[in-house]
Design a protein. Structure first.
Length: 664
């Protein structure tokens, strides 16, 4: 490798970690003919050495400020380990939970994806990319990558122009507006042309309508894969297609090194195309300050100081706690009293190997705190069983007042290349749940997962369910804090949990059909329905509650909204429970009559509000006028005049509706 670096054939090294090795490689680069420094990159998705919750879990906090703080902390640790560039954030809007990479993004809602994309870019890059603790961000995968057919990784994507522009491009636009230095082209065939060869996507849209000026890197070997896609005859043809489409940097394949000189000499690739790509690569290195200081971020003292520091571990715990979603709490089983006899049962009770989930980069599973360790800090008499023998586990359950059942997906069931046709819990876990439920002992399901799951039988009907995702190394303390009421569960679902596998793809903002089934007769023939499942989710986007309840009243919405004006919504929120708690106050809208069909609901604003028991406060939320726009029938972005329905939601049983009219 160092020989290639000295020969000037390498511009970027990726997925290595550590200052010592990076310094050796950088010295080799500076010995090359041109002396152009290397840039060191990695897939730092949700932590470097200190592993945070997966991005999907973090999205459940509905808190862009928290996401920015987490990305800032991760950038400090990653840069101290010798990295300049991360291939993150993933900003693919994910509506099909069969797709494995749901875990890496912010879920199914466009608005939430936009806010978190911008927040994560700001966090990674900081105020100045030249600072030693900043890393360049790479929103990916451009574009439409998550809409693969059947949820199958790397499969084809085919969608309307309006769907691409309204659903899949806005998070990229938000990330670019936040200053993202780079983007990554996806692996997939988009409308019949793979992204790495798709000039319409990478030039006309990315550089033209979106005006992105940063670097575009291919995904791993994606330019070579143009041959397998059947659009390139050989390696040289693949390199030609990629450079002409707009791929500035080829990752891993080596095709540009091997074939661009001859392609330029033969006239098949104009030298201007190569110059354009080279300028963007050099511009990234210049923006990072590498020409002024090639050894920026290669300081062993900073590496020792920042790696797994106390502040970053504390923040990882905070994010983990804020990511947990309370889906069900029948009879207020939670929070638990410390004097209860508690049994922790299941394959994840003492497991550390599956805490981090996919893309945990340089994290060490040994640094993780398992569930049993976290819970024992509150309940020293905790009884633990791994659930390998359901009969034995049932016997343990009978000796307890409450069972905590730790089940769900293993770490290798989510992430890249891990699509699933069935998104239920593994059969052995389901059988264990049925055995525990048969004892009659109250059961709390601690669900570990990297996507929304279909919950069935005893899992679905458990007295309480906590969505605990892959929370990273602070899993045990975070879950324990929620179980025992040290912290309020404030997470809300960023993805809908469907009732059945066959409902995929699913999102809360789906459109109505011309033949909707009436609520009072959902089985009516000749209507939009499934014969074997209702047309609804088990838990929809935004679901989740805390240990208190809220009520809404006195909604104030303007009757009319002038062209260009924001919509200001004001409502009274009251904590009607007995505990201090946090409400997620959310505003959804529906355009009643438009030039194109519109989603039944779309979230356009939200705010987290903390109230003491019995406290009432007026809450004001604002919808930007541009957030009312749609891609109209003529293809233009436009805010159309007319009536818009509006709902304000603050959790179970707390919803209030209104309407306003947009003036022409």
């Amino acid at each position: 490798m160092l020989a290639d670096v000295r020969a000037g054939r390498v511009g970027m090294l990726f997925n290595g970690y550590g200052v010592a090795g990076a310094r050796r490689a950088q010295a080799a680069a500076l010995d090359s003919r041109l002396g152009i420094p290397l840039v060191f990159a990695a897939d730092v998705i949700h932590g470097c050495r200190t592993i945070f919750p997966i991005p999907l879990a973090e999205a459940a906090a509905f808190d862009p400020d928290l996401s920015e703080r987490a990305a800032r902390a991760v950038a400090r640790e990653a840069s101290a380990g010798g990295l300049h560039w991360t291939f993150a954030p993933v900003v693919d809007v994910a509506r099909d939970q069969r797709w494995g990479r749901v875990a890496e993004g912010a879920g199914e809602d466009v608005y939430l994806n936009c806010l978190l994309a911008a927040a994560r870019v700001r966090g990674f890059q900081g105020l100045d990319l030249r600072r030693a603790d900043a890393i360049a961000a790479t929103p990916k995968h451009f574009a439409g990558y998550s809409a693969v057919r059947g949820g199958m990784e790397y499969a084809a994507v085919d969608m309307s122009d309006a769907e691409l522009r309204e659903t899949y491009l806005p998070p990229f636009a938000a990330a670019f507006a936040a200053g993202a230095a780079a983007t990554m082209a996806s692996f997939t065939d988009v409308g019949g042309i793979p992204a790495a060869a798709n000039r319409r996507l990478l030039t006309d849209i990315l550089r033209g309508s979106m005006r992105f000026a940063g670097l575009c890197v291919s995904d791993y070997d994606a330019d070579r894969e143009l041959i397998a896609h059947g659009v390139a005859a050989d390696e040289a043809d693949a390199a030609r297609l990629a450079i002409l489409a707009g791929v500035d940097m080829s990752m891993q394949s080596g095709l540009y090194n091997r074939h661009l000189p001859a392609l330029v000499d033969s006239g098949r690739v104009p030298v201007a195309a190569v110059d354009r790509a080279v300028r963007r690569v050099l511009a990234l290195k210049e923006a990072l300050g590498l020409f002024d200081d090639p050894y920026r971020s290669l300081d062993v003292r900073a590496e020792r100081r920042e790696t797994r520091s106390r502040p970053i571990r504390a923040l990882a715990r905070e994010v983990a706690t804020r990511s947990i979603v309370l889906l069900r709490n029948e009879g207020d089983l939670l929070p638990l009293a410390r004097d209860r006899r508690i049994a922790l049962i299941g394959p994840f009770a003492t497991d550390r190997a599956n805490l981090n989930g996919p893309w945990s980069f340089a994290g060490d599973a040994a640094d993780g705190i398992d569930l049993a360790s976290g819970i024992r800090a509150h309940a020293p008499a905790l009884v633990v069983d791994d659930g390998a023998d359901p009969a034995r586990a049932a016997a343990v359950a009978r000796g307890a007042d409450v069972v905590l059942l730790a089940i769900g997906e293993s770490g290798d069931m989510s992430g890249e290349g891990n699509s699933r046709t069935s998104i239920t819990v593994p059969p052995a876990h389901q059988a264990l749940a049925e055995a525990i439920a048969a004892t009659g002992v109250p059961m709390v399901v601690l669900l570990r997962h990297g996507r929304a799951l279909v919950l069935e039988g005893a899992v679905r009907d458990a007295r309480a369910i906590l969505a605990t995702w892959f929370l990273g190394e602070q899993t045990g303390p975070a879950v324990a804090d929620i179980l025992f009421g040290v912290r309020e569960p404030t997470g809300r679902l960023p993805v809908s949990f469907p009732l059945a596998d066959g409902q995929q793809p699913w999102s809360y903002d789906r459109k109505a059909t011309g033949r909707p089934a009436p609520d009072d007769d959902p089985a009516m023939p000749g209507r939009s329905r499934w014969r074997d499942a209702p047309d609804r989710a088990l838990y929809e986007f935004g679901a989740g509650s805390g240990y208190t309840r809220f009520a809404l009243s006195d909604l104030r919405v303007p009757a009319t909204v002038a062209r260009g004006a924001a919509v200001v919504v004001d409502v009274a929120l009251r904590n009607v429970g007995a505990r201090r708690g946090a409400a997620l106050v959310r505003v959804d809208i529906h355009d009643v009559v438009a030039s194109r069909t519109r989603p039944a609901r779309q979230m356009k604003a939200f705010r987290r509000v903390v109230l003491d028991a019995g406290e009432t406060r007026r809450v004001t939320l604002s919808i930007a006028h541009d957030d009312l726009a749609l891609v109209a029938a003529d293809g233009a972005w436009r805010v159309e005049p007319g009536d818009i329905d509006l709902w304000v939601d603050a959790g179970p049983g707390a919803r209030i509706a209104g309407r306003f009219r947009v003036e022409g």
